[in-house]
Design a protein around this ligand. Structure first.
Ligand code: DGJ
Length: 754
């Protein structure tokens, strides 16, 4: 609901409120972002600044914006905090409130930027400056979030260069810490938390894309906020290019938050009568700690960001050939992998890189869309037909935004690639970016990708992008608009094609991409233990339905870690399950374990993908839970085992304290070879650790692991359910958790009481 009274504006629903007012000088004073409140509460929020502090430098006769909590600010008006906007003209634009408009829906962005959709109300505040410019601030209220964006219109008779233009600015009061998520390739989502001080913290990307270096999402939390208590706010930007946020505290204790496109190398020449639209900034609020904030953000993304067709639509369990084959495959090798994948329970077979042109390594062929007939003599349709006969859907990899210099495309159109003016070719993964601001480049991509999708009856596309570039400079924003145009033209008419975006893993994990691709490949780091941390950190800002997570080989290619198969599966459950290694050498026991994993995931798939997600308390390691409709599934993931580990408990949340629940651990199998010579302690015969008996036992002998059953009230379970011992010792008991390092277990908690 939007309420307006005496120049006070309130956007309010049962979860959240946003309130501001117009001051007597036509500025916008921020009043409140948080718990639902009433419009008459204005007086409780407005700051009282008396006669102001010292010399203020504000325009004569006006109040002192330097000290006010503001919704927007201008240079040259006495506000020395960060300005949301900079133009190339001598007299800074001073915008004053003139009018408003109300809409009972979202208001379309005209320049092609993606935006949140669905039920919403929008308030447009119109501000003008004496120099014929207008600013339109859009506030859209969704059930668990508020979004903001700004539009600048040049109503003068000359061109104006926009050098900086934020989507939103807001000054709030309080003591907050900021958490940002930083990293690199195969090291995404490393949290960094700091007190918001007067120097401020900048969270910015300048690689041309949202980047793994600094994810655009960030969190503000009260210093003592926990997973379940305290005020926590989540922020993000619906944009995939260079982003910028700064959070800075003023002397008076106001915290200024700006969000938008990075001003680094940015400028946009705005002709007379033209407008510049910024991407939508997202804000959620919760008084129920980090968990409450995540839940609100997850709901917002699942209901208002993900393409409509994929709302609540279950995602397939897939097999991807990349880590198993790389560039080295033939149709018959793929079909034999596909047969095994089908036997295991996979539903979709994804052919990754290497299927077109001379793409036999990452040095050549990118940009050419002719099928490599040596590898696929029957083309895409031939492969699809065979997969279809096996009962598998067909998924295909593309990297449409880049080109190898060693490709027919580059030889024909060298001018389509973005290169620096000094004539020095700088490659990244042997690639150059194509200039997506050129219509002919966009047409080429749309035509070719669409043709391949239709030819191969492709039901899933992995859209990769491995070349970030600071050389995009001022054209970075045009590139991103071009990318959105291409995505819209390919997938708009094909909503049922599931798009998974990827950028060397999580180098473009952002809300802009999620508006087109319901899921994103979280990281090229597929080591289960490291991936667990990446998925866990992603969960703060993104729902599990968006996180592509595959089981890979052990020992792992990046870490050599030999993580138990059970744990590799358990971690991938908390994301979108897939398998990505050579299946040819699976033993009968491993085959059985994977069949079990897939069957289990399918049974609880809706909960894993769309259930309510919680991070749980754990004495050691990571614990997470998904729940809905009287069932909860909780996972507990450990790192190194200790010889004398002490008693441990699982702490599920969100159960009905009065109802009785049954807990049952997921059936997991132990590989007997793990025990080597220790087997002699439980077998009647003496065995050699590396002998035929142990090896054969490893292939076929199934040892149940960590069986735990318990019936108790929700109250008792939430107080902490005791877990089986992890003591390693000698001797075997099927109830013990015996996987050693990097063990994990999954517990299903159900109730029949209604
Ligand atoms: C990078 C991606 O992140 C990988 O999953 C894989 O698709 C390779 N590119 C293929 O070149």
């Amino acid at each position: 609901m939007i309420q307006i009274k005496n120049n006070v504006f309130l956007l309010k629903n049962e979860n959240i409120s946003y309130m501001f007012r117009v001051t007597k000088d036509g500025n916008l004073e921020h009043l409140h972002f948080g718990a639902p409140v009433e419009i008459d509460d204005e007086d409780a929020f407005a700051v009282r600044y008396g006669v102001g502090w010292g010399s203020t430098g504000g325009p004569e006769g006006e109040e002192f914006p330097m000290y006010l909590p503001m919704e927007w600010s201008s240079l040259g008006r006495g506000d020395y905090r960060e300005s949301p906007m900079e133009l190339d003209q001598e007299i800074p634009a001073a915008f004053k409130y003139t009018s408003y408009k109300e809409y009972d829906h979202t208001v379309a962005i005209e320049c092609g930027l993606p935006q949140a959709h669905g039920d919403a109300e929008t308030l447009e505040i119109i501000m003008t400056s004496p120099s014929q410019m207008s600013l339109h601030l859009f506030y859209t209220l969704f059930d668990t979030a508020v979004t903001r964006r700004a539009v600048f219109r040049n109503e003068t008779r000359r061109s104006i260069n926009v050098e900086k233009m934020m989507s939103s600015m807001m000054d709030i009061q309080g003591d907050y810490e900021i958490t940002t998520y930083n990293g690199a390739w195969i090291a995404e989502m490393q949290p960094y938390r700091a007190k918001v001080g007067m120097s401020g913290i900048v969270n910015e990307s300048t690689t041309g894309f949202s980047s793994a270096l600094h994810n655009p999402g960030f969190i503000l939390s009260e210093p003592d906020a926990t997973e379940t208590d305290g005020v926590v706010m989540g922020f993000n930007l619906i944009y995939s290019g260079n982003h910028y946020s700064r959070v800075q505290r003023s002397n008076e204790g106001l915290i200024r938050i700006v969000q938008g496109i990075s001003p680094v190398s940015f400028d946009w020449l705005l002709g007379p009568g033209k407008q510049f639209e910024t991407p939508e900034a997202v804000m959620v609020w919760s008084a129920s700690g980090f968990g409450g904030m995540s839940e609100n953000m997850h709901r917002f993304i699942n209901e208002h960001i993900i393409p409509q067709y994929w709302h609540n639509r279950e995602r397939p369990v897939l097999y991807n050939d990349w880590e198993g084959c790389m560039f080295d495959f033939t149709e018959s090798k793929l079909i034999s992998l596909a047969k095994k994948a089908k036997e295991l329970g996979c539903e979709l077979f994804v052919l990754d890189d290497g299927w077109f042109g001379e793409r036999n390594s990452d040095k050549a062929g990118l940009g050419d869309y002719n099928v490599n007939k040596k590898k696929l003599p029957n083309g895409l349709s031939g492969l699809q037909k065979k997969l279809g006969d096996l009962g598998l859907d067909f998924g295909l990899w593309f990297e449409p935004e880049a080109v190898n210099p060693d490709s027919d495309l580059f030889r024909k159109h060298p001018d389509w690639a973005i290169q620096s003016d000094d004539g020095v070719t700088v490659l990244g993964r042997n690639e150059l970016l194509l200039d997506l601001s050129l219509p002919e480049v966009r047409d080429y991509i749309v035509e070719n990708v669409s043709r391949c999708i239709d030819e191969g009856k492709v039901s899933y596309v992995k859209w990769d992008m491995n070349r970030h570039s600071t050389a995009l400079g001022a054209s970075a924003h045009r590139y991103i608009l071009g990318l959105y145009d291409v995505l819209r033209r390919i997938f708009g008419p094909r909503p049922e094609v599931l798009l998974e975006s990827c950028s060397s893993g999580g180098n473009r994990f952002d809300l802009g991409m999620l508006c087109f691709s319901p899921q994103i490949w979280a990281s090229d780091n597929t080591d289960a233990v490291e991936r667990c941390r990446i998925q866990y950190q992603l969960s703060y800002l993104y729902p599990l339905s968006t996180i592509g997570a595959h089981v890979s080989a052990a020992p792992h290619s990046q870490t050599l870690r030999d993580t138990p198969l059970s744990t590799r599966g358990n971690i991938s459950f908390f994301g979108l399950l897939g398998y990505e290694f050579d299946l040819a050498d699976l033993t009968p026991v491993e085959t059985d374990e994977i069949k079990n994993q897939i069957a289990f995931y399918k049974k609880y798939r809706n909960l894993f993908q769309f259930g309510s997600f919680r991070r749980l308390k754990a004495a050691e390691g990571i614990s997470m839970q998904v729940s809905g409709d009287g069932t909860a599934v909780a996972g507990l993931f450990h790192e190194l085992v200790h010889a004398a580990p002490g008693y441990e408990r699982l702490y599920p949340r969100g159960l009905d304290p009065k109802k009785v629940y049954s807990v049952l651990s997921r059936r997991q199998l132990l590989n007997a070879t793990k025990f080597g010579g220790l087997l002699r302690h439980v077998l009647p015969i003496r065995v050699k650790p590396d002998g035929a008996v142990v090896r054969t036992a490893g292939k076929i002998y199934r040892m149940n692991d960590a069986v735990r059953e318990c019936d108790a009230t929700g109250a008792a379970l939430m107080s902490g359910m005791s877990l089986n011992a992890r003591f390693m010792g000698t001797g075997y008991d099927p109830s013990m958790r015996m996987q050693g390092d990097f063990s994990s277990n999954i517990y299903v908690i159900t109730t029949e009481e209604t």
